[in-house]
Design a protein around this ligand. Sequence first.
Ligand SMILES: Cc1cc2nc3c(=O)[nH]c(=O)nc-3n(C[C@H](O)[C@H](O)[C@H](O)COP(=O)(O)O)c2cc1C
Length: 456
Amino acid sequence: MNDFGWRALGAGSTLAAYAALCASIYLREHRRKAAAARDSATLSGSSDEPPVLVLFASQTGQAEAIAWQTARQLGAAGIPARVMELNALDAPTLAATRRALFIASTYGEGDAPDGASVFVERTMMASSPPALPSLSYSVLALGDRQYANFCGFGRALDEWLQAAGARREFDRIEVDNSDPAALATWQAQWGEVPEPGIGDAAADSFAQWRLVARERLNPGSAGGPVFHLGLVPQSGPMPPWASGDLAQVAVASDPTRPRDYSIASVHADGELQLLVRQEQHPDGTLGAASGLLTSTLSIGDTVALRVRPHQGFRLEGNETRPLILVGNGTGIAGLRAHLRARAVAGRHDNWLVFGERQAAHDFLYREEIEAWQADGVLKRLDMVFSRDQAERFYVQHRLLQSADALLHWLDDGAAIYVCGSLQGMASGVGAALRQVAGDTLVSELTASGRYRRDVY
Ligand SMILES: Cc1cc2nc3c(=O)[nH]c(=O)nc-3n(C[C@H](O)[C@H](O)[C@H](O)COP(=O)(O)O)c2cc1C
């Protein structure tokens, strides 16, 4: 599942049930975040009723979208609600809370998503965890049964809350991908179900996009073939997106699991570009989505696709900071979109640390990266080819070697963006960062949005 350029297993089909909603209302919702809590408060029957905390633990935004929708539903029922990322919650606030709803996804191998990692470290693993005798709570756990630790984090959170003495208001609900029944059960708990309900109107938001370009970028590679693709809508204008966002590709043979790809271009490019590694199964057949995109489709053919906001990997909030961009393989896609955005914005304080196998075959987007280096869009470039020397050497090793520079950039306020394989690369980069900068600083960077990951 590593580095095939898609993350279908995880981000697939619950998204299918949400992405249309998200696509149409996400930006509006984002702007309404501050207003939402206020709205719900004014809808409350009694002004001194403390708000219900609606807490989300999210990696790619699904749990967050459900949290906002749940808060709106509560507001409509006259119950004031306050939405918060779990990382923003501290033990005293939780201990003082009477009612909380937790919406939590699972990543890695049963781990918390990045949006909860600081809460796990500071509160769940604290040597003296808080006592929560006055808290009544419910958990909605998002996950995918294809993973061994189905809903692992949601379950761990539920158990931790029990152990802290909190009272379960409703039994934990576990959502396997788009399972509409589970989502409907969750909604039914919070009063009248709004129109549209969670997941409604999702299926029709895919549009047909035409493949206008396809080029293999790594001929001769020892790894799977990697293709750069260009797509434009078959009709109508291109929908907006920001660097960091994802594109979902629908697969006819597997309609409940659309595949997510990091968008490699910016809107101003006039083309939605993807970088796709062709996945080959042991029996020789190609991966459903990667095979469709890299082999079955011909130039001029169309594919069902939609843009998916990925708030957690956007540049928002870090526009004026130096950027350290770290990745491997097809992870260059998300980093390239950010670098193209930075070039347009005239921000040249960018450091790219990118890993692949061999310079001769795997230097993806070589001309572009070298041009950025030449014209200063990249202030620093570290290309790390693992197989060009006797000992395997990866991006995390380069970061360790460059500890002084890393600390210097962080001192200057840099934000770190990591895109690519979760196993091996992103986990190794996380460990290297902790080794160089210390656990406390890394937690602070995560909590303040200066350490963001698009990993799969
Ligand atoms: C790399 C990766 C690892 C995942 N690991 C698990 C897992 O161990 N257990 C599980 O139930 N779901 C797992 N998932 C599925 C996600 O929890 C699920 O897609 C969830 O709905 C995502 O919600 P979010 O967008 O709020 O983060 C994983 C997904 C990805 C992409």
